[in-house]
Design a protein around this ligand. Sequence first.
Ligand SMILES: *[C@@H]1O[C@H](CO)[C@@H](O)[C@H](O)[C@H]1NC(C)=O
Ligand SMILES: *[C@@H]1O[C@H](CO)[C@@H](O)[C@H](O)[C@H]1NC(C)=O
Ligand SMILES: [Zn+2]
Length: 501
Amino acid sequence: MRCLSFTPIAVLQLTLFSVTHGAKWTYSGPQGEPHWTEHYPYCGGAFQSPIDIKSELLRFDPTLHPIELQNYNLSPNEQLTLGNNGHSLQISLPSKMHISSLLHRYTAAQIHFHWGSSSRPAGSEHTVNSKQYAAEMHVVHYNSDKYPNISLAVDKSDGLAVLGVLIEVGEFNPAFDQFLKFISGVKYIGQKVQVPGFNIRTLLPVRLDEYYRYDGSLTTPPCYPSVLWTVFRNPVAISQKQFLSLATSLSSSYAQDSALMPLHSNYRKPQLPDSRVVLVSFKEGKGLHGTLTVTSPLTRKRVIQQLLVGDLADLADEGLYQLLPSGSQKLHAGKRKDHKNWQSEIVAKPKQQSLNPSPWKKNQTNRDVGKLGLAEDTLCYVSVEQRVFHQLRQSHAENQLVQNLRNAVFPELNLKSYLDCKSDLALSTIRHILRGRPSDEAFELDRSLTKALMNQKTTSTPNKQNGPMIKHGGRPSAAVPKKPLSHGYPHPWLLPMEWED
Ligand SMILES: *[C@@H]1O[C@H](CO)[C@@H](O)[C@H](O)[C@H]1NC(C)=O
Ligand SMILES: *[C@@H]1O[C@H](CO)[C@@H](O)[C@H](O)[C@H]1NC(C)=O
Ligand SMILES: [Zn+2]
């Protein structure tokens, strides 16, 4: 079993994990992106970054406040290390710098860049409605409330927060010249120079109140889905000359190598949304008309509680179709017979069972509430990988690591992210929850959902790997069956709710 052990150098150089991991990776050629999963299974897993930030993924979130940064204004006496790690240009940052406006304190570790090439000034990782910018800057922070250093944070689901800044070619940018003027000193891998500190805030866009927010991953191996992403809406500009200096100065070879490999086009392509949405802190501007407002977290919690511990027979009464996403009405009509059978089965059961759950059932349920993230809980990816790998080795199926890892972490990530308003609820997650409920009702509901899911897959083109999902919006959508409220709506998650509750 490969297991990460960290050397001090890895603390500041996320992209150098491969050194300790023992496998080289590149952006092109035989160790390029399609091969990352061979040594880094999470690269083929859930909740990957970057993504294309499409209008239809956006949800306005009125609770997203401006990003607040502390101690970003460094004095020239503080030396920063500028380095070439073979994948990027990186600047180390002192640990007094941090983000203070998130749920936890996130301490700064380093800044690095992704860029295109001299012939193609398009190398940002995040794209906005398919538009790729010339370059992108990442300011990497780790959760220092919970972890003593970035090495221990990098593989935890709440470990990192990265600020993403899109870069376009335009006016000369004096802030970027504070380090670009030293770039010739780090041409080769492993080279480092000291540069005087400066106000790091000046590298960021003027407006820190307008940004995109989503749950994602490192964009380089080992690709852990441990990043809370903030991508600022407004790009910053650097001059054509500055861009060319970034795009043509560096090499991904060692100084002693005979062949010189230029370092450019070091960006990863956009990844699948995986039921995620992108929260936005703003709602005015081009292409934003009609952006939905997210449903409140309280409503979402109620949905999950109903699935975890609620009366599943209620769901039967309302009909299975209500759990299905928009565009499913036709499917439901075709399933009417099944639904009826299922209802009568439940009615025929002795009710006692669900009214007086055995102590075992109660324990089981409580455990699941904890496990599924209603309690404060962190996923550790290295240990999940070890567990899944050992299970697979016993059945001589190690080659299925990528898919099994994905299956192991997707429901938990989806659920956490759903409760945090950053995902729609995937049907595969509902089924995962139902499997933790040892009752006949859960079994039947699961069976019916499985059937519906299979049907859905053949009749529509949903998310490839996780099936359709339930969408929440701030206003009525086609997904909500038109039923009078007086009917006694037992399923609050199907109703568009505003933020009053
Ligand atoms: C990170 O912290 C842990 C626990 O204190 C320690 O064992 C480890 O050596 C630290 N790693 C680095 C690279 O400092
Ligand atoms: C349920 O949990 C309680 C307290 O944790 C324990 O005393 C009891 O034995 C458990 N019941 C079963 C059936 O495991
Ligand atoms: Zn990056």
